[in-house]
Design a protein around this ligand. Structure first.
Ligand code: KIV
Ligand code: ZN
Length: 540
């Protein structure tokens, strides 16, 4: 076993679509500021291409893609790509949003399987070919870097697929992406499909300069295996997302593909440009901003990915790490010997540590985070990197705060009824206090918040976990809510994240973040009339 890489190995390009396909996950709505932060982190991670969004989908999407193109798409940075249906207005809008990037790319797609052509596109195969010809030509007239995807390629007639791809190449496409849109194919089938397409598509064989790309969904849990099979068959671009988030069961997980190639170079003989040490931080950022928790046993980035529980495993690892570990935690940015910052650490030490973790914090922002750090250090002997990351996300990662939590007090226990009192600053600057009882302290808190914010919603998911071990650990809470009075009313969901050494406070912060996101998405006109009550009402 070796983890060395060889620069003579072929490079697999990593195309990250967290901000486009990943954002299509239920509940993953991100603000423009959060998208920009994630894009900056993806650049640090070393991804080759960032698919920044679907600019024609809404003015907000357009603005977010444009800002990423301008601020992250520097000459030394990644290619900035926008998605466009094979429709003239989409392609022109896409180009407008990405053209300021040093390396822009238009990614256009058309459903090509019989099912998609008949039921969704209402096109014959001949009409689809014509559409591809016109739209790829248009995209290429605007941008030198054009990617074409025949959507649902996994279920498309293989002969027709070759015809479509040949037209795309003839019209100037530079990357051909083969989506298994519904996660239907198996690794053997997918590998064979990619090998055949490379061999049979006129103008796109080895040495043609065309990049073949894989894009797999995870409906059968095969996305990573399928992507690697595609790479073994000759694909040199993998489309993937951080934590594997995406439509339904998600996309190929970036960290799984990258670490497979990184851990098994003698098998794959391939490398990537990813700085694997940024994987953990990127994963946490995406999880915290989207409000989608990472399952504990998730490969590479799950909380248990490097934890050894069984006695025989612990014994083995203590004697020789490689007995049960195929990668080091350090290689993905987890620090085994966590640098100890404590209550005697000063502002400078904190600043330097944050810098090492990839955060540049100065002036007021540093004072703000230093105050939070001191509060944690007073309650907890040591403050770890994970604590600092949780604090940074809690302090700077949230949405615009229409409503702001000022104070919270709860009373609970075996005697009496759990009661919460909250003080919240409303969008007009007024401070309102409400109290409610509930089935527990979190329920009481959420009822008291609802009494002020008054945005009907259903709590779909609530999860709490500790950032590190020990009774004094910071608690992280993620929630997901959907607008309306019952689940059926809306398909939209909004996530929120909060961290604090008091989990009821973390719960309140997470709920406030989700509510503020909901308000941002539904429009400020939906905020109810101010200051419903400044009296202390109990129960409803
Ligand atoms: O899954 C899919 O087919 C897609 C395309 C738009 C590439 O996401
Ligand atoms: Zn997809």
């Amino acid at each position: 076993m070796s983890t060395t890489t060889n620069t003579t190995m072929d490079t697999v390009l990593i195309f990250d679509t967290t901000l486009r396909d990943g954002e299509q996950s239920p509940g993953a709505t991100l603000s423009s500021a959060e998208k920009l932060e994630i894009a900056r982190q993806l650049k640090l991670l070393g991804v080759d291409i960032i698919e920044a969004g679907f600019p024609a989908a809404s003015p907000d999407d357009f603005a977010a893609v444009q800002r990423i193109a301008q601020e992250v798409g520097t000459p030394d940075g990644p290619v900035i790509c926008g998605l466009a249906r094979a429709v003239e207005s989409d392609i022109r809008t896409c180009w407008e949003s990405i053209k300021d990037a040093a390396k822009p790319r238009i990614h256009t797609f058309l459903g090509t399987s019989d099912i998609h052509l008949k039921h969704q596109m209402k096109l014959t195969q001949a009409e689809a070919l014509e559409r591809v010809r016109e739209m790829v030509t248009l995209a290429r007239s605007l941008c030198a870097d054009v990617e074409f995807s025949p959507m649902d390629a996994g279920r498309t007639d293989p002969q027709f697929l070759i015809e479509v791809l040949a037209v795309a190449v003839e019209c100037g496409a530079t990357t051909l992406n083969i989506p298994d849109t519904v996660g239907y194919v198996t690794p053997e089938e997918y590998g064979e499909l990619i090998a055949n397409l490379i061999a049979e598509t006129p103008g796109a064989g080895k040495g043609s300069g065309i990049i073949w790309s894989v894009h797999c969904h995870n409906d059968l849990g095969l996305a990573t295996a399928n992507s690697l099979a595609g790479v073994m068959a000759g694909a040199r671009q993998v489309e993937c997302t951080i934590n594997g988030i995406g439509e339904r069961a998600g996309n190929t997980s970036l960290e799984e593909v990258v670490m497979a190639l990184h851990t098994r170079p003698q098998y794959y003989h391939l490398r990537t440009n990813i700085n694997t040490k940024h994987i953990t931080r990127t994963s946490r950022m995406v999880s915290n901003y989207t409000g989608i928790p990472v399952q504990p046993n998730k490969a590479i980035v799950g909380a248990n990915a490097f934890a050894h529980e069984a006695g025989i495993h612990q014994d083995g690892v203590l004697k020789e790490r490689t007995t049960y570990e195929i990668m080091t935690p350090q290689s993905v940015g987890l620090h085994a010997s966590q640098l100890v910052l404590g209550k005697h650490s000063g502002r400078h030490a904190l600043k330097v540590r944050l810098q090492e973790l990839g955060y540049t914090v100065e002036g007021d922002a540093l004072n703000q985070v230093f105050a939070r750090f001191k509060a944690v250090a007073d309650a907890k002997k040591t403050v770890t990197d994970a604590d600092l990351e949780a604090l940074m996300t809690d302090e700077f990662g949230g949405p615009q705060e229409y409503f702001q939590l000022c104070d919270l007090q709860v009373a609970c226990g075996t005697m009496g009824m759990p009661t919460a009192t909250v003080k919240i600053k409303t969008p007009s600057g007024e401070t309102v206090v409400e109290a409610r009882v509930g089935t527990g302290p979190v329920d009481a808190t959420y009822r008291a918040i609802d009494a002020i914010v008054n945005m009907p919603n259903v709590l779909l998911e609530y999860s709490v976990h500790s950032v590190t071990e020990g009774i004094d650990a910071l608690g992280e809470v993620t929630v997901r809510i959907t607008p309306g009075k019952n689940i059926q009313e809306s398909l939209q969901t909004f996530g929120g994240y909060g961290a604090d050494s008091d989990i009821v406070v973390a719960s309140a912060k997470a709920y406030m973040a989700a509510l503020n996101r909901m308000i941002a998405a539904l429009g400020t006109e939906n905020i109810p009339a101010e200051g419903q009550s400044s009296a202390i009402g109990v129960g409803d």
